[in-house]
Design a protein around this ligand. Sequence first.
Ligand SMILES: [Zn+2]
Length: 369
Amino acid sequence: MYGTEQIISGTIIAGPELDPIEGYICVKNGIITEVGEERTYSANIIAPCFVNAHTHLGDSVCKDPPLGNASGFRVQRDLDSLVKPPDGLKHRILRETSYKILIEYIRKSLLDMIETGTCAFADFREGGVVGVAALNKALEGLELHSLVFGRPTEPELPLGVVLAEVRRVLLHSDGLGISGANDLDMELLQEITACTRNIKKLFAIHAGEKNRSDIEKALSLEPDLLIHLTQATKKDLDEVAQTEIPVVVCPRSNFVTGAGMAPIAEMLEAGIRVAAGTDNVMLNSVNMFAEMEFMSKVFSIEDRQVFKICTLNGSFVMGPGSTGSIEKGNKANLMILNGSSNNLAGIKDPISGITKRARPDDILAVLHS
Ligand SMILES: [Zn+2]
């Protein structure tokens, strides 16, 4: 409530290193005004909210796509036939979906994000100005920090026409989110990147998802954000680390599409800022607990790192001041988990306990500001 101070007790996953302490936090007008240590006897666990750093919320209208053709007992997965513009399954379905239905289903995914502990997200929105407007409409009245990346609808049209559309998209969005450097003409990509930079908006691009053939081209555009790098080599990663461009990995999506395993441990070792996203809603729910559990169990990465990738690291993507750790002066974007739920009761290490097994139904409350 505005103007009143809230005091919440329990085990606090505090500070930039996610150090569990027993104590209390005070929140006033959406800001954490105090974090103190004391014996509380409370089973609450107070943790930072998730940042879902890469989504395609337009896919909310297509949640159960056929994931390839069956051959004997095996299913052949084909990423391009699902998501590649302009005629991948999702693009065909989006073309046939009414504006009203699109908004309705995007809204459901946004509400699902809030219910599952996410406070901020960054989305690649298809469909040009109208597509961006649909997400902005669906967001109305919701307490979620957002970055909306749009894209032109018909990049094959003459350059002047495409650039005019790009300028209109940028007026209503936070920047551009491009499907990949092999999907568009390089000259066009350079022009739209310059256009984006001129008005100080962001340029984000998928790179190295199926193979590494588009990584160098993507880097030459000096993007603000890279998505995937699933197939990046050590040399690629060293280059990305030097540029300080954050990378968003999407492990469950890569698994479902057969794109492979992103070298997340190597990214961290190279000094890259790594965040995580659930990617296409058609492939995965927006539930970041599921992403976190998958990453923790499938990749050899320490749980604290996994937890950071799914929460605090997203602030590199969202920009300063939008999200942050639980410490005095930061905005209160946090979830209170029930440490005595049937699922969590008895966990000894709250970081590993949450990372490996917490679920949305362990959430008692979520604070957004
Ligand atoms: Zn994507």
